[in-house]
Design a protein around this ligand. Structure first.
Ligand code: 3PG
Length: 306
């Protein structure tokens, strides 16, 4: 059995060592394709793979066609919008994710971006504090819950909206559950986005929603760039000189945002929310164990396609 780690953005070495240990203990072989620059390298590497561990790497119909012996793809992480699920199903390939394994890392980065932004990107001028500010958590999944936990330590007042999470779950954590995204944005000084990129959410963060936020508002995006309507975000930031946008996913309109709003906009150069040794170990080893469980016991827990 051959398991391929295909990561454009590599795991920490300690995580790769841990994955290797699990895979080899099961009697399987591990292959590694890191930092590839061309799709052809991925197409070549998947040819004889029975299982693949990926991060945000794109697994589309062409990759699935090339991977003749493939049975399972595990996305070591939460979001699986990078995998063509219908094509995987048509190819008889099981797709899984590893929910929760990297969420603390992403949550810590979200808070780090908030501090960076309220302190004016560490430019030496007088900024503001997070204590006492109203934080809106948009989607209360694994990352949202960790953001709430860390933000509580900063003394923020926490609100959350999640169409799929019962209010009691949110309120049990001491956050206030609101009834709509509109209410969340109208209430909060800072909104932290944790929604996945789906047909329903793409472009959903638009001018009308953001313009409900109070004066001096900030949007923090460690989720996906596709959920933002970038043209409307730019228009909003032109109209609202008080508004800040900080993100871990470089927008398609990065150059324009950086040029127009240098003092109110920041993007990391490469998505790094989950880029910690701990998150890599947690998600990578979970992925390895899920592959072993799939082949040895037929376990399909965490399967995300039909
Ligand atoms: C996720 O969906 O798990 C996060 O966005 C992290 O993605 P990454 O593995 O590409 O860093």
């Amino acid at each position: 059995m051959k398991v391929l780690i295909a990561t454009d953005k590599p795991f920490a070495k300690v995580a790769v060592d841990g994955i290797r240990k699990e895979i080899e203990a099961a009697g399987y072989e591990l292959a590694l394709l890191e930092k590839y620059t061309e799709k052809k390298q991925l197409l070549d590497a998947v040819k004889d793979a029975n299982a693949i561990i990926i991060r945000s790497d794109i697994i589309d119909a062409e990759v699935l066609d090339a991977a003749k012996d493939l049975k399972i793809v595990v996305r070591a992480g939460a979001g699986y919008d990078n995998v063509d699920l219908d094509s995987a199903t048509a190819h008889g390939v099981c797709v899984m994710n590893t929910p929760g394994q990297n969420s603390n890392a992403v949550a810590e980065l979200a808070l780090g971006l908030m501090v960076f932004a309220v302190r004016n990107f560490y430019n030496g001028t007088s900024g503001t504090e997070l204590m006492g500010k109203k934080l809106g958590i948009h989607a209360y999944g694994n990352v949202g819950r960790n953001v709430a936990r860390v933000a509580r330590g900063f003394g923020m007042e926490i609100y959350a909206y999640d169409a799929f999470c019962p209010k009691e779950v949110i309120e049990k954590d001491g956050a206030k559950a609101v009834d709509s995204a509109e209410e969340l944005y109208a209430t909060c000084d800072v909104v932290s986005l944790h929604i996945p990129a789906t047909a329903e959410t793409k472009n959903s963060i638009n001018y009308a929603l953001l313009n409900k936020m109070p004066k001096g508002a900030m949007l923090v995006n460690t989720a996906r760039k596709e959920v933002i309507n970038e043209a409307e975000l730019i228009k909003l930031m032109e109209d609202r000189v008080d508004f800040k946008y900080v993100t871990d996913i470089m927008p398609s309109a990065h150059a324009e945002l950086a040029e127009k709003f240098a003092a109110r906009y920041f993007s990391t150069p490469k998505k790094m929310g989950a880029q910690t040794a701990e998150a890599n170990i947690n998600a990578g080893i979970a992925a390895a164990n899920q592959i072993v469980g799939f082949f040895k016991d037929g376990c399909e827990k965490f399967r995300v396609n039909k």
